[in-house]
Design a protein around this ligand. Sequence first.
Ligand code: PXP
Length: 251
Amino acid sequence: MSNHHASHKLRLGVNIDHVATIRNARGGDHPDPVRAAEIVAAVGGDGITAHLREDRRHIRDGDLQRIQDATGLPLNLEMAATDEMLAIALAHSPHAACIVPEKREERTTEGGLDAAGLDNHLAPIVTQLRDAGIRVSLFIEAEERQLDAAIRLGADIVEFHTGEYAHAHLDGDSAKVTSELKRIADMAALAVKNGIEPHAGHGLTYENVQPIAAIPQLAELNIGHYLIGEAIFIGLEEAVRRMRDLMDEVR
Ligand code: PXP
């Protein structure tokens, strides 16, 4: 079978938060993250990711519906595990809700959600999202303890935090790069074995994306900051297209 069979395609979700960060720097309506979502859809991106933070530092409440209405792409709503965000997610019915840590005490040492430590707090939130037909994703470190918690909680998806990998890459620490890739690959395989769809993201760039994209079990990468930064120089269309090409090269 060809390597390019559709089932092997790695989806690219584009996080458009930082278009809103620039907009908010002047408090007006420009640049509009909705226009970014339309461009992502036009160049064949597979999804839009947006994080409605408790402090609303980038995406605002009113953006969510506009983003959902603008394209047919699935919206992956990143949210803290709070009652406020749960109510917003239930009101908007995004395709997926990705639970992320916002407070220091909700993070593991490397930065993913401490699903294992917050098990009791997360359980009712995961259940309510799933009962509403929203796919639940947990943004965790690629660690067995966190994956076990995701399995127990009944998450549909785990998104592995690639921040440590990205740092090791920047530092030129090849031993650490290798060990980070191995733990992500091992946990992706274990996730699939347990019926959970593995995704990955955070800190991915043109320089570091390919070894992650080559992990065959991964179904989706979510990439934001670097793409929006590149868009300043080469345009969002071209930035997304290049990332897509780099991902496809290794599949
Ligand atoms: N995935 C999740 C769950 C995130 O919270 C973020 C943003 O921090 C990303 C992916 C994208 O990370 P980046 O903006 O570094 O590409």
